[in-house]
Design a protein around this ligand. Structure first.
Ligand code: SAH
Length: 352
């Protein structure tokens, strides 16, 4: 590690702020020693804020039907080979009830942009979830909507919303998405979510096609400015029925490095060690935690549909029952000196 790289890391650790150019240098100049230093500092920061507690969210994948056509995604509209399903309200409520028994206090409803889940349908489900589990948080990850829709869902009781920005470079955004989608609308959605009062998550894939140190530096700078409560980053993994089938998978090393950078930039951010990270390496999620992540999101979807929610190839845990996932993660976290919290795990700013 050269002197400049060390100075950048120390500056990030102390001041929490770098310029876009500095983020780019931080990425380009990284070597094994820099990665190690960053992950040590990030772990120290994670422990100072969250001790040994890892927050857990139960993920319920409510629909694989999607009207969008994102070039990277396995459930894109044009993938005619994808098996489509949608869960009923009763199925969603029973996944949550099972999750509650297992100690989950946050439920994340994620899905494709499925027109069946209109505001009325989704609000009714959110209301039912909140009335059955008043001590739980409900997170939505259902894509782009109008401000009015986001507001209606918030008023129905949704606490948090995850919408990855995917890339903070508008030209790069256009290379990953079909013409009818726009960077501008993605940003409008994120601003609306924040101003309505949600705890908001943004994020991006590491190693998406056409990504460069420059676009990554823009991502980091955007995150620094936007100050999300949550930030989802995981490696891009090609799906065999998408235009990006022959692209290279994102790297483990770079994903871990970026998790550490984000932890230092935003010490209180809720940062998941994602399923995609667990998919590219058998110890990926543990490595993510040791690089600064503090959240895991095991799957609570019915086993019968898990393989059908296939955003990318070789997704892990598609054959396991929810209880098995919970036990497995309990053990994995214990092995690295952490424990899964039975707690809503709100952003620290909310709890203060
Ligand atoms: N429809 C919702 C949920 C999308 S799935 C929405 O638009 O927000 C959640 C995330 O999975 C996406 O934001 C994307 O970053 C990620 N994802 C999609 N395809 C992927 C792939 N091939 N590899 C890795 N991550 C992928």
């Amino acid at each position: 590690m050269d002197r400049h790289e060390r100075e950048l890391i120390e500056k990030l650790d102390k001041e929490k702020v770098l310029s876009e150019k500095e983020y780019e240098q931080l990425i380009v100049l990284r070597d094994d020693e820099a990665i190690k230093l960053l992950s040590e500092l990030a772990t120290k920061t994670r422990k100072a804020v969250f001790k040994d507690e890892i927050y857990t969210r139960g993920l319920i994948e409510i629909s694989s039907i999607c009207k969008n056509n994102c070039l990277y995604c396995g459930i894109r509209r044009d993938n005619t080979l994808a098996e489509r399903y949608r869960l009923t309200k009763d199925e969603i409520l029973s996944c949550a009830a099972e999750g509650y028994e297992l100690g989950f206090r946050t439920f994340v409803l994620q899905g494709g942009e499925d027109p069946f889940f209109s505001d009325d349908v989704l609000c009714d489900i959110v209301t039912a979830l909140k009335s059955q589990h008043p001590d739980c948080a409900v997170t939505l990850s259902m894509g782009e909507k109008s401000r009015e829709s986001y507001k209606a869902l918030y008023d129905a009781g949704a606490d948090r919303y995850l919408l990855r920005h995917e890339t903070a470079d508008s030209e790069h955004y256009a290379l990953l998405h079909p013409k009818e989608m726009s960077f501008k609308n993605r940003m409008r959605c994120l601003d609306d979510l924040k101003s309505i009062g949600y705890q908001v998550g943004c994020g991006f894939m590491v190693g998406s096609p056409y990504q460069t140190p420059k676009t990554l530096a823009k991502d980091l700078y955007f995150i620094q400015q936007f100050k999300p409560d949550m930030c989802g980053i995981g490696p891009f993994i090609p799906h065999h029925n998408t235009p990006f089938r022959d692209e290279t998978q994102g790297s483990l090393e770079l994903t871990l490095f970026l998790l550490s950078v984000i932890r230092l930039m935003l010490p209180e951010v809720l940062l998941p060690a994602t399923t995609a990270l667990g998919t590219i390496d058998p110890k990926g999620r543990e490595k993510g935690i040791m690089a600064g992540a503090n959240v895991v999101m095991p799957n609570l979807s019915p086993v019968a549909v898990r393989k059908k929610y296939e955003l990318y190839d070789n997704k892990i845990c598609t054959g396991d029952e929810s209880a098995q996932c919970r036990d497995c993660l309990d053990k994995r976290m214990e092995m690295i000196g952490c424990r899964l919290a039975v707690d809503r795990g709100d952003a620290p700013r909310i709890r203060k």
